[in-house]
Design a protein around this ligand. Structure first.
Ligand code: ATP
Ligand code: MG
Length: 452
């Protein structure tokens, strides 16, 4: 209802006994903040994703608090508090590893768009007091109705100004206000819709979905730093594969990862899709096992199809393979970074992972040991394993390196001395070469390159 009537905030209160949120599910840090604010006479609510997640029986990632206390008021109440943000200050209250974000209700001017702090306020300072608002205003500036619910610590009720409670029950993401306007204000909301629908299994309302086709292109203008953050939330938070499929399904992949979208559409797209999906599924599995995941590996996977196709083209044109891989890796990263920022430290790792791929095809003893000792061996090897769908030769290479790794040094050395290097099944990217490498006439290409 609020989509057509954005300024009408009709309050519905869902009393304690009518909803399923219990204080036991709220972190001790968040509870302490809520109680202390309340005892000091301020309004104090749990808000946003945490309320939504608790209502569907999920485990919130973090707990955000909204209040009518200003950040300075909050700081006076908590010694373990620091104020962050330039234009919109927020209080972070720290309890050991837990950080509770406490935000003062914001009015119209106080949206969330520049929380990464890298936007300039162009026309002079915004008078800070003007951005604070009422709880109703705070609810209306949020993105989806499901994200605009307030759990009141005073009476344990849930306050709903936008119909979010019913939308959570129906598992639907509905934008607050006019969708076109809300996406124009902040195109990243389109990605949030896709990401949250993938993560929560919610649908996106037809009204919230309809503008994607027309406005998706606005994402090409979104700040790369924000798209980097959002990409990590999409792909490294446990629902990467679903996010990817949803991005494609909703036609937004090309606006954020144009090189990936193109590589999927062209020759070799099918095997690249298999590699990409295996990479995302593997990352999701690691997240659910509590293992670490890295943006470098993720981006190496996302851009692999583009790097590989372009490197092959260059090599076919007669460019030296090493040079081609180096140059293309660099170009692809530079191109993608126009859309999604790729911090340099990750770019370097990506280049190493990619440029090590052709080296797996070479089973000369010296080179094998050099590669095994390479600091990036592990990541590059994991990457090689993902590439199995590219062809039987690559799958075989993966098996061989698995074997090489688990074989004691001496035994492996002996094996490699005994076997002629030509026994190596060459990688499909190790050149269908006209120009042979010096000192190594044996490693020849197989025909499997055609699968790419
Ligand atoms: P997650 O569970 O992934 O953290 P979330 O909904 O909590 O999802 P956050 O990025 O933590 O997402 O944002 C917290 C809250 O801030 C949201 O629930 C929403 O109310 C509001 N919000 C965040 N981003 C925007 C935005 N771009 N526009 C409007 N409101 C936003
Ligand atoms: Mg959150």
């Amino acid at each position: 209802m609020n989509e057509s009537n954005p300024n009408q905030a009709a309050l519905r209160i869902i009393p304690r006994e009518a909803h399923c949120i219990s204080r036991k599910q709220i972190s001790s840090g968040a509870l302490r903040v809520l109680y202390r604010l309340n005892e000091a006479g301020y309004a104090a609510y749990l808000v946003g994703g945490a309320v939504r997640d608790l209502l569907i029986g999920g485990q919130p990632k973090d707990f955000d608090v909204a209040t009518d206390a200003t950040p300075e008021d909050v700081r006076r109440l908590f010694r373990n508090c620091r104020l962050i943000g330039r234009r919109f200050r927020l209080a972070h209250v720290v309890f050991g590893p837990e950080i509770v974000e406490v935000a003062t209700f914001r009015g119209n001017g106080g949206d969330d768009i520049d929380t990464d702090g890298d936007r300039q306020v162009v026309d002079g300072r915004i008078v800070r007091d003007n951005v604070w608002g009422t709880i109703e205003e705070d609810a209306l500036r949020r993105d989806f109705t499901a994200n605009a619910l307030y759990y009141d610590i005073a009476d344990f009720s849930v306050r709903d100004y936008v119909g979010g409670y019913d939308d959570v029950q129906r598992r639907v993401l509905r934008l607050i206000g006019d969708p076109l306007q809300r996406y124009r204000e902040d195109p990243v909301r389109m990605l949030r819709a896709v990401r949250l629908s993938a993560k929560l299994g919610f649908s996106i309302s037809p009204e919230a979905r309809a503008p994607f086709a027309e406005l998706g292109v606005l994402l090409t203008q979104a700040p790369p730093a924000r798209l980097f953050d959002e990409s990590l939330k999409m792909f490294l938070a446990g629902s990467g594969l679903k996010s990817f499929r949803a991005l494609e399904q909703f036609g937004l992949l090309g606006a954020v990862f144009p090189l990936t979208a193109r590589a999927l559409a062209f020759r070799g797209g099918e095997s690249f899709r298999a590699v990409l999906e295996a990479g995302l599924a593997g990352t999701d599995a690691r997240v659910s096992e509590g293992k670490s995941v890295t943006p470098a590996f993720l981006f190496a996977v996302l851009l692999w199809g583009a790097v590989r196709a372009q490197a092959e083209r260059e090599i076919a044109r007669g460019v030296d393979p090493n040079l081609a891989w180096q140059r293309v890796s660099h170009q692809i990263i530079t191109e993608q970074a126009k859309h999604v920022a790729i911090p340099r430290r990750f770019g370097q790792v990506m280049q190493e992972i990619w440029t090590l791929q052709p080296r797996f095809a070479d089973r000369q003893k010296k080179k094998v040991f050099r590669l095994l000792a390479h600091p990036r061996f592990r990541g590059a090897y994991d990457f090689l394993l993902l590439r199995a769908p590219e062809g039987a030769d690559i799958a075989e290479l993966g098996r061989w390196w698995t074997h090489a790794q688990s074989t004691p040094h001496e035994a492996l050395a002996e094996e490699l001395s005994a076997a002629p290097t030509s026994a190596a099944a060459p990688a499909s990217d190790a050149p269908k070469k006209r120009r042979r490498r010096r000192r190594k006439p044996s490693a020849q290409a197989s025909a499997a390159t055609d699968s790419q």
